[in-house]
Design a protein around this ligand. Structure first.
Ligand SMILES: *[C@@H]1O[C@H](CO)[C@@H](O)[C@H](O)[C@H]1NC(C)=O
Length: 211
């Protein structure tokens, strides 16, 4: 009888420790962020083929209750940008760009993004996020990403982003993976030209201020 009581106490203690650890973990770490990142990478590695750097990559998502905005109807603005991270990790892994950069002791960092919200993503909407490289130079990679509703194929949001590549020559790495000649660059679209000049203007203005 006494032994049984002791055992129950021990079990209760262990359960409390596990529960407390889980609570602490959730308080200090955005667990879902890491779980989703790992999930898209592992899923890609098991079920998807490798892509060339200039091919489109796709991940899928669903607007859940934890994505909602203050009026509890649509995905909130910040969530879109969070989802883009997963799509980018997946893109860099599938295309082998990340491995090539890290292999040469370089690194890649998001340095700018512009997002145009075209239509809301209501609760329980299934969508896909496509990612495609649109331009690159020695120091940067430019991506276009789109949120597309699965039901009607409507492009809900479109995003351009710039990633700074440090420690290695980005152009060399991408052209190498594409088996293109060293000087190859894709054509810039008009939007991309404006995006790049907007970033340059912003950089110039802040630089003047810092001086
Ligand atoms: C980067 O690589 C390209 C070849 O893809 C070359 O033309 C260029 O000079 C290199 N730039 C630097 C800074 O090494």
């Amino acid at each position: 009888m006494l032994k049984l009581e002791l055992d129950i106490d021990l079990i209760m203690l262990l359960c409390s420790i596990v529960l407390a650890s889980i609570i602490v973990l959730f308080l200090f770490i955005d667990i879902q962020y890491f779980v989703r990142s790992i999930f898209v990478l592992v899923w890609g590695r098991i079920f998807e083929l490798r892509k060339k750097p200039d091919e489109l990559t796709t991940i899928y998502g669903l607007c859940t209750t934890s994505d909602l905005d203050i009026i509890f109807k649509h995905m909130n603005n910040a969530r879109y940008v969070r989802e883009l991270d997963f799509a980018r990790f997946h893109f860099y892994d599938r295309t082998g760009i990340y491995k090539a950069i890290i292999g040469k002791k370089g690194n890649i960092l998001q340095s700018a993004c512009i997002i145009r919200y075209r239509r809301t993503i209501p609760l329980f909407t299934m969508y896909k996020i496509t990612t495609k490289i649109v331009y690159w130079d020695e120091k940067s990679v430019y991506l276009e990403q789109q949120f597309i509703s699965l039901k009607d194929n409507f492009i809900k949001a479109v995003v351009f982003s710039k990633q700074g590549v440090v420690g290695v020559n980005a152009s060399e790495i991408i052209n190498d993976l594409l088996k293109k000649e060293d000087s190859y660059r894709p054509e810039k679209t008009e939007e991309l030209e404006h995006f790049i000049s907007c970033l340059d203007a912003s950089s110039m203005r802040l630089r003047k201020k810092d001086e």
